[in-house]
Design a protein around this ligand. Structure first.
Ligand code: AHR
Length: 320
């Protein structure tokens, strides 16, 4: 196995090497961020399922939101001689050294759902959505929905320094640029969690005339939106009506909220990043096929018109 991997690794990184045999990854290390959201939990479940279906031994490490834990996990995977590594990177920067260590050990790394700022030659491929586009889709929905009316928006950002927090902000701002009626008046991180989404929303409501001055909430993920919906209700306002709610992920609870009229729109992010990642690894290990640097998953907008009850059930059966 190692000889074969050495050959394909050399081929992928520019050297010409003959491939002598065909093999599948047997052991894959997965450095997961943590369990900050329903989406993250679903990604973990589906990655384990996908590995099992393919007969892959998955070494799973939960980093509890800490980059240093992820770096330690990757070093441990390298020391154990895994065949490949999946990495969902908590933040975008600070990966160069450890990715270089994996490359030197000829272990291909596949990024899942978040991006890194490192040189692209340090990883095999990245599976994820267009995170800027997700923000744009959410922003465009709001622009269309408020059509020319004054709309003061509060924004709950994801984990500071993470690629989805950076890109979803950029995308939303792009969509509202040139629409002077829509303005972000407050923006703060809720770290992608339900609890912090609620807490930060409470402070937004307090600062904005007990919510009277807020037209819409844009949350970088559904869990923060669900926490914020609770805060809006406790403030005596109607989420989805007094304050519009648009967010990203497509977790079951947001469909429940959309069905109840308490949220308005979500942009789906598939939690099955591992399927395409394992497919790419298999092709790479079978015959040296080098995948594109970015394997893009879909981002679809859902509103009340899209059978939220059915979508709730569908996701419940999916691994959420
Ligand atoms: O990286 C994807 C984001 O991470 C999801 O949108 C969010 O729920 C998770 O924490």
């Amino acid at each position: 196995m190692r000889n074969f991997l050495t050959a394909v690794a050399l081929a992928a990184f520019g050297a010409s090497a003959a491939l002598s045999q065909t093999a599948l990854a047997q052991t894959v290390g997965f450095s997961q961020i943590g369990s900050e959201s329903g989406w993250r939990a679903a990604e973990t479940t589906l990655t384990k399922q996908q590995a099992e279906e393919r007969g892959i031994t998955l070494k799973f490490s939960d980093a509890q939101q800490k980059q240093e834990n992820q770096i330690a996990a990757i070093r441990s995977f390298i020391a154990q001689g895994v065949d490949a590594i999946l990495l969902a990177p908590v933040v975008a920067t600070g990966w160069d050294s450890v990715l270089k260590e994996a490359k030197d050990a000829e272990i291909p790394v596949v990024l899942l759902d978040r991006q890194v700022d490192s040189d692209k030659s340090l990883y095999l491929t990245a599976v994820g959505s267009d995170l800027v586009h997700e923000g744009e889709v959410a922003g465009q929905w709001l622009v269309d929905h408020v059509a020319g009316k004054e709309c003061r928006v509060v924004e709950l950002q994801g984990t500071t320094g993470s690629s989805p927090a950076i890109d979803r902000k950029t995308g939303f701002e792009k969509a509202i640029a040139g629409h002077d009626n829509v303005k972000i008046v407050r923006s703060q991180t809720g770290d992608f969690t339900r609890a912090q989404g609620k807490e930060v929303m409470e402070s937004f409501l307090q600062a904005e005339g007990r919510g009277q001055n807020i037209c819409a909430l844009y949350a970088h993920n559904d869990d923060m939106a669900v926490g914020a919906i609770q805060a809006i209700k406790e403030a005596g306002l109607k989420p989805g009506d007094d304050i519009l709610v648009v967010s990203i992920d497509g977790v079951p609870d947001i469909f429940k909220a959309i069905a109840a009229g308490e949220a308005n729109a979500t942009v789906e992010l598939t939690p099955n990043m591992a399927g395409p990642a394992f497919d790419a690894l298999k092709a790479y290990m079978d015959d040296g096929t080098v995948p594109p640097k970015f394997i893009q998953t879909d981002s679809k907008l859902y509103t009340k018109a899209d059978d939220p009850e059915g979508e709730y059930e569908r996701r419940k059966n999916l691994g959420y």
